[in-house]
Design a binder for this molecule. Structure first.
Ligand SMILES: Nc1ncnc2c1ncn2[C@@H]1O[C@H](COP(=O)(O)OP(=O)(O)OP(=O)(O)O)[C@@H](O)[C@H]1O
Ligand SMILES: [Mg+2]
Length: 252
């Protein structure tokens, strides 16, 4: 398949003092040689809610896995002015709350409490503070009474909420969510949307749920074949039928 060359649309680099996330010319190939990112640049300002969309294989998840140093590509990434290096990885991981596509990749402890407490404990916080963080995080996702439940016995929607709580307990500066609404029934999706709307935190998500993007994310970034091909106001990009069709997207 021929590789397209970006951008095929106006790219708006937002003006903000001290970007919370700044990515420049990020390139990455998997060990088998598959090129997944071909020079991605992106700024996210403090408090912004940004959605990354694009077809399967566009590079969205690969991009997200770079934001807390799970994958390391070429180019530069900085979080609140701090670049990602081996030395500052623990700080970066406390600043960037990454929620994986599959909650089973995030939940590995026997109980919900243990899963949510894992990050704060790992940060070396005192026990009382760990309890406070867990209570706060479970309340934020409306799962207050689930501490003693077994993580692997929860429904898909409940697991998603707990996965979000595990990163909220770290009080991250930016929340990065890979396909948060996939696999949820309409009621669980609706309550997730309400939760994301109310979280007063900078957010970068990847999703195929353009209706959720239209409702919740004022800015949209379209990726295709490892490139950012468009970046701008969601309302404007969703009006461009030619652009959407060129990248396998459909107006909700
Ligand atoms: N572990 C891996 N090893 C080799 N190639 C991979 C690996 N993971 C992903 N890829 C490839 O990297 C490219 C980008 O994949 P990625 O998972 O980032 O896409 P995506 O935009 O998240 O897609 P989706 O919408 O399906 O989640 C694809 O070509 C994919 O096949
Ligand atoms: Mg993905």
């Amino acid at each position: 398949m021929p590789v397209k060359h970006p951008p095929d649309y106006e790219i708006t680099i937002p003006e903000c003092k001290g970007d919370i996330l700044r990515i420049r010319d990020l390139r990455f190939a998997y060990p088998d040689g598959r090129v997944a990112l071909r020079g991605v640049s992106l700024n996210v300002c403090e408090g912004e809610k940004v959605a990354v969309v694009g077809p399967n294989g566009a590079g969205k998840s690969t991009l997200m896995l770079h934001l807390n140093g799970i994958l390391r590509g070429h180019g530069s990434i900085s979080i609140a002015g701090m670049s990602i290096t081996r030395e500052n990885l623990p700080i970066i991981r406390a600043m960037v709350g990454l929620v994986f596509h599959n909650p089973d990749d995030q939940l590995f402890s026997p109980t919900v409490f243990d899963d949510v407490a894992f990050g704060p404990l790992h940060m070396g916080l005192p026990e009382a503070e760990v309890y406070t963080r867990v209570d706060e995080a479970l309340a934020a996702v409306q799962m207050d009474d689930f501490g003693k439940r077994l993580s692997h016995h929860l429904s898909a929607g409940q697991k998603k909420r707990i996965a979000i709580a595990t990163v909220l307990a770290m009080r991250p500066q930016i929340l990065v969510l890979d396909e948060p609404s996939s696999g949820l029934d309409p009621r669980a999706r609706r309550s997730l949307i309400n939760l994301l709307r109310e979280l007063p935190i900078t957010m970068l998500i990847s999703t195929h749920d353009l209706a959720m993007v239209e409702e919740l994310f004022p800015r949209m970034v379209i990726m295709d074949e490892g490139f950012v091909v468009a970046d701008g106001p969601t309302a404007k990009l969703l009006e461009d039928g030619v652009l959407l069709e060129a990248h396998g997207l459909e107006k909700p």
